[in-house]
Design a protein around this ligand. Sequence first.
Ligand code: AMP
Ligand code: MG
Length: 483
Amino acid sequence: MNKINWNFENTYSGLSNSFKQNINPTPVKDPELVLLNKQLESKLNLDFSKSSNKDLSELFSGNSLPDGSNSIAQAYAGHQFGHFTMLGDGRAVLIGEHLSKNNQRYDIQFKGSGKTAFSRNGDGRAALGPMLREYIISEAMNSLRIPTTRSLAVVKTGEEVIRETSLPGAILTRVASSHIRVGTFQYIAARQKKDELKTLLNYSIERHYPEIKNSNNQALDLLNLLIDRQCNLVVNWMRVGFVHGVMNTDNMTISGETIDYGPCAFLDLYDPKTVFSSIDQTGRYAYCNQPVITKWNLARFAECLIPLIGKNKEEAVKVASEAINTFEKKYEDRWINMMRNKLGLIGLDSKDKSLILDLLTWMHEKKADYTNTFCHLMNLHPNKDELYNDKYFLNWRKRWEERLSKNDSSSKKSIEIMKNNNPVVIPRNHKVEEALSAAGQNDLKPINKILEILNKPYDEQKEIKDYQSPSKSGEKYQTFCGT
Ligand code: AMP
Ligand code: MG
């Protein structure tokens, strides 16, 4: 095990016990490595090549902790579907912070590693399907160039977990620039100890935003930076049709990385009200609601920071509210620019917004596939589709082409922008399910294949039609929280 060149330097575990519980993963019976992420291994400057499969299975199950690790469960709270709850790592431990050669710091976390002080009634474990699903989608998001936590490995534990049925247990090794969440601030703020809150603020700034270390109002600056990051993040989600599905405040990071791939899924046909999660009955976390909820979550973050923003509470609330209220305009501007990129529009034209909205309205009415409509506009549609001979669409297309002709750059530049912003392949729900189901039967070929394809989502690839088409069954796809 010592053959692996971990470079741990643990800082979060050095915080007081208000922030965490010191706890090791609970050993598992018969660990077996299922997936290992070679690209991420290399990015982290790790070298697993001298370790046997058995060693790696022992390592990524938590049965054998590497030297230099210091395992903790992190405390946090969160608004879940609007209701405040005390949470924490109930089935995960942070084994340490690894520094890569360029001194980038990465949390190495095992998810599904056994009970902790925060497990409440849970078993502390995770099932294979959802851990593989998180691996596929988080890695796809990374390849889509969207900030996200990553997945380094999945092991089967050799134990069963009881959900609605008995399922194979698994542990995911999650890698993140940190696991500090809006909910972490909520947890500490709820304890009403200003020094602890200040500790968390300082820690977060040191780790993620050192540029504001010397500012006059660090708390306000941190709020503004997070508004900025989360705004960019949700614009990116909208760009590729990603529906997170459970945007509770504990699932929103301070780093601006996408976290917690539970009931998430990607749009196929364009419907702004799309909800995949079976438990999201009111559509709180529907596709079109994601910017609204981002702002709501940011407001909860702002509330935590009030005591640090100013001594005069009224004044602090006023400036925090002003900051939060910049969100809509920021979002609107960035969203339009993102859509301009999807359509290859360069520069600004007062009619751009209606051009964009008219396309989306048409897509919604005709149940057009979100990803493939933009592929069609790039002449890269996997199938010939009668839909695009529609009179209204052809008319719209004429307007679009006229607008393109006004670009003060070459059409080559337009196409380049479109190709950089419109994926030709996304994790199609039925293909993900197919891969998970095969993996459940010990056939890893489909999962390795889909991972390979999703590794280059902006590239034209041979023989991937099947991965580009929406499900033929036309059945509404539903995701479950039984993770
Ligand atoms: P999640 O839905 O994964 O964001 O988790 C929400 C909260 O429930 C977190 O505090 C988790 O640690 C906790 N949790 C989820 N599943 C389990 C489990 N099987 N055992 C213990 N805690 C869990
Ligand atoms: Mg969570």
